[in-house]
Design a protein around this ligand. Structure first.
Ligand code: IMP
Length: 426
């Protein structure tokens, strides 16, 4: 079985929990985009892990791959690997030699670029993601395999500095000694990570030929995709299912199942259009109920109602087979529950979803309301059946399925693995 799990909204849909839940059915788990901007919370035997670079399935899969499409802060990765007891003795960790390296200089550039954008600032996670992808496409980037050679690191750091001197001249990196410190620190990370570096596309393909089951784990979400999201309020990588072909070197045609993760409402961190956004007391209530604060930055997330037109677009782009619906328990506790079913402008339905701030202003959104279902209490073992859900919660799920034409295969109602309803078994 070859599966891809990815977010259909603005990230933070709960992909970490879903991938972790599924990961004991898979031998290999692969990440193919983004870097430390992602934040995946996984709860295992009462212990909470916050992964930024490691795939969420790392606790249970036997092989874990960080694909070439990722941008990796090697020092942060070492810390994350050390935070999981016995990770490398019980799990084969493979890092693509071709993944690009995020350095402290890229993080500084991220903040500098944000300042310069002014009104167009994105609200990035300041993890150096954009500037690292800029260097990748400018062909000045440092790749993971470069970390094994101090001279190559130095050459590339100096080139990056010369090309970005104007932005960096009033930072510590204008000092050659500080840049040399970065070179040395990167080289030391290379010494630690060297044993994990491989051409990971070969490993993935060999596992496929052996018949291993593989799960590809997307980071961020469809509406943050650099091409199909709400540009410029997007991340710097492609976040669609098809991006795994480029970000992991595995042919998308061989994928059997595309699972789209959908939060029962919508959240977004950072700036940009958000047609169904809530404000005031209702937003505060939902944010608190769902603990909607960024895993990477701690920022309060913007929240709003489920947006079906947006989901239809995401389902089409990703060719979604099954939906994993998360946080149904959170939404049920709101005093009122609405779902956006259509966008209208000047009395006419829109045939596309708004992609820019100007396209999303002056919209007339149509909503359908649902009876709140209150708190959902799983039985003592945390296990629930779909039939035991309150009727109005089931109405909500079945309405979504009917409108989207896609089955809701998993329903997640809390952080622990046990609070998950698996409807794919039937
Ligand atoms: P960047 O990826 O750090 O450059 O940030 C670009 C935009 O994507 C900002 O609005 C971020 O808040 C958002 N973003 C990036 N990664 C994630 C994520 O994993 N979850 C939610 N939002 C994200």
């Amino acid at each position: 079985m070859i599966c891809v799990v990815l977010g259909l909204q603005f990230g933070d849909e709960g992909k970490g929990k879903v991938t972790d839940f599924l990961s004991d059915r898979f031998d290999v788990v692969v990440r193919f985009n983004g870097g430390g901007n992602a934040g995946h919370t996984v709860v295992d035997e009462g212990k909470t892990y916050k992964f930024h670079l490691l795939p969420s399935g790392s606790l249970r899969a036997s092989t874990v791959v960080l694909g070439n499409g990722m941008v990796i802060d090697p020092a942060a990765l070492i810390k994350e690997m050390e935070g999981v007891e016995n990770l490398t003795t019980r799990t084969r960790v493979v890092i693509s030699k071709m993944a690009h390296v995020v350095t402290p200089i890229h993080k500084t550039l991220d903040s500098k670029e944000e300042q310069l954008r002014g009104r167009l600032s994105i609200g990035t996670t300041a993890q150096g993601i954009g500037p690292t992808y800029e260097d990748k496409y400018a062909r000045t980037g440092i790749r993971m395999m470069d970390l094994l050679d101090r001279d190559i690191i130095r050459d590339k750091i100096e080139t990056i500095y010369r090309m970005k001197e104007k932005l960096l001249e009033d930072t510590i990196y204008s000092s050659a000694a500080e840049r040399e410190k970065v070179v040395e620190e990167l080289y030391q990370t290379g010494r630690k990570l060297g044993a994990f570096l491989e051409y990971s596309e070969d490993l993935i393909y060999n596992e496929y030929r052996k018949g291993s089951s593989i799960i590809f784990e997307g980071a961020q979400g469809t509406m943050l995709d650099i091409d199909f999201g709400m540009y410029p309020y997007v991340t710097s990588s492609n976040a669609l299912s098809g991006a795994l072909s480029l970000g992991a070197g595995f042919p998308f045609r061989k994928v059997n199942t595309v699972m789209g993760v959908v939060k029962a409402y919508v959240s977004r961190v950072g700036a940009g259009p958000f047609p169904t956004e809530l404000t005031g007391a209702a937003a505060d209530h939902l944010r608190d109920l769902g603990h909607e604060y960024g895993t990477t930055t701690g920022r309060p997330r913007r929240v709003g109602w489920l947006d079906l037109p947006m989901l239809k677009y995401a389902i089409r782009l990703n060719d979604v087979d099954t939906i994993a619906l998360t946080k149904l328990d959170t939404l049920g506790q709101m005093n009122e529950i609405n779902v956006c079913t259509a966008y209208y402008r000047d009395g006419k339905p829109l045939d596309h979803i708004p992609r820019t701030l100007s396209e999303s202003s002056g919209l007339d959104l149509r909503f359908r309301s649902f009876e709140p279902w209150g708190k959902i209490e799983p039985d003592n073992d945390g296990i629930m059946n779909y039939e035991d859900l309150p009727e109005s919660a089931r109405n909500y799920v079945e309405f979504i399925e009917k409108e989207l034409g896609v089955k809701v295969g998993l329903i997640s109602m809390g952080e622990s693995r046990k609070s998950t309803i698996d409807r794919m078994k039937h």
